[in-house]
Design a protein around this ligand. Structure first.
Ligand SMILES: Nc1ncnc2c1ncn2[C@@H]1O[C@H](COP(=O)(O)OP(=O)(O)O)[C@@H](O)[C@H]1O
Ligand SMILES: N[C@@H](CCC(=O)OP(=O)(O)O)C(=O)O
Length: 368
């Protein structure tokens, strides 16, 4: 069955530069207001929304009067610095009339490669969502150099979707879906309604973009589809340039849906299960029981800590008798875990000197 937005619980929407920015006139404010209406409507019915928006370089380029075509790295970084501030303000302004607060989140490739930073950005996005904020994510283009950047927001959006365990990802593009060849070049190309599985044949149909403002074309969109669908997130490519593009998608506008290959929670658990533990936490009988009931591991349930590990590292969880119960990502270092052994959550601040997290291993970060 083709997925729909109607069932989305947590949705990431990627907005490409070409949609947001008109070369001649700058930001497309009317279009952005229509997108904000869509976001407000989705949220009103309980869908959490994260926007991944490109456009900082395209906007900044116009403001600074830089030439068209490829920019030198320093020029695009300068353009991003000028453009990003406007981009964030634009989102704030269109969401405010709906009573929605926007939050700017700028990330780099390293934030997802490094497990501690990955967990940290996940915690921040979770907190923003729980506070009812719509996070507006972009790559931190002013500091990311070529070797350490995504460079395109398609893959960044997929990474964000995986990070927050989203069930749906929509790439709003200048094309209404994925075709058997570039439709701007090959008039005989056909659009796929659904891609059940990404195969090398399918991947070979993706070509470069031609718009000049965007990066990546279909190639990075299919890479995004691979990342998202393998992690249990369905992905759609649809035309973004129409007003209210998310409502249009829901009402049956042309699109291509790439089906999720698993569910997000299962994918995350598999990722954790494949890790090699850097230490061990032995728990008491009460904690062992609580874990089997699906609870998180609290410092109070720890009786001994073995090994050297940092925050975000995988650690084995052992029963009081020393049998392996499972594996999880720890929120504290080995030293902190030792200091917190057997301590109540209320004591965490007095032991560590700061208000730490209540759980040592959250249940979402644990496989038994
Ligand atoms: N197989 C394909 N199906 C659809 N579009 C394709 C395909 N191969 C290449 N393209 C090109 O990819 C473009 C969309 O990507 P891109 O220009 O990067 O836009 P965006 O701003 O959405 O990231 C299309 O406009 C089209 O020119
Ligand atoms: N981070 C860059 C995004 C570049 C990019 O991916 O553009 P696009 O292909 O339009 O999504 C920016 O904000 O300009």
């Amino acid at each position: 069955m083709t997925p729909t937005l109607a069932g989305a619980r947590r949705l990431v929407v990627k907005i490409g530069s070409a949609l947001l920015v008109d070369r001649a006139t700058g930001l497309r404010a009317d279009w952005l207001r229509s997108l904000a209406q869509d976001v407000a409507r989705l949220r009103a019915r309980g869908t959490q929304v994260i926007l991944v928006s490109s456009g900082s370089i395209a906007l900044g380029r116009g403001v600074l009067g830089l030439p068209g075509g490829d920019l030198a790295l320093e020029q695009s970084q300068a353009a991003a610095a000028v453009g990003q501030i406007r981009l964030a303000r634009a989102y704030e302004e269109v969401l405010a009339p709906h009573g929605i607060i926007a939050g700017q989140v700028l990330v780099t490739l390293e934030d997802s490669a490094d497990r501690r930073r990955y967990l940290n950005s996940r915690a921040t996005l979770e907190t923003l969502l729980s506070l009812g904020v719509v996070p507006i994510v972009n790559e931190n283009d002013t500091v990311a150099t070529d070797e350490i950047r995504y460079g395109d927001n398609d893959r960044l959006a997929a990474q964000v979707a995986v990070t927050v365990g989203a069930d749906s990802l929509v790439l709003l593009s200048d094309v209404d879906g994925f075709y058997s060849g570039n439709p701007h070049v090959d008039p005989a190309a056909r659009r796929f309604e659904v891609v059940e599985r990404l195969t090398p044949e399918i991947e070979a149909m993706a070509g470069e973009g031609v718009s000049g403002l965007s990066k990546g074309g279909m190639v990075t969109k299919l890479l995004a589809a691979r990342v998202a669908t393998d992690a249990g997130c369905a992905m759609a490519i649809t035309l973004g340039s129409t007003p209210n593009p998310l409502t249009a998608l829901e009402n049956g506008a042309n699109a291509t849906w790439f089906l999720a290959q698993t569910d997000p929670q299962a994918a995350r658990k598999r990722w954790i299960a494949a890790m090699k533990p850097k230490g061990e936490l032995r728990v008491d009988a009460g904690a062992a029981r609580a874990l089997t009931e699906g609870k998180s591991l609290l410092p109070a349930g720890i009786v001994a800590v073995q090994g050297r590990f940092g925050r975000g590292d995988p650690v084995a969880i052992l029963s009081p008798e020393g049998a392996r119960l499972g594996l999880g990502l720890t929120r504290y270092t080995a030293e902190e875990a030792r200091a917190l052994t057997g301590r109540k959550s209320a004591d965490i601040e007095s032991v560590l000197g700061y208000k730490g997290r209540a759980t040592l291993i959250h249940r979402d970060d644990m496989v038994l």
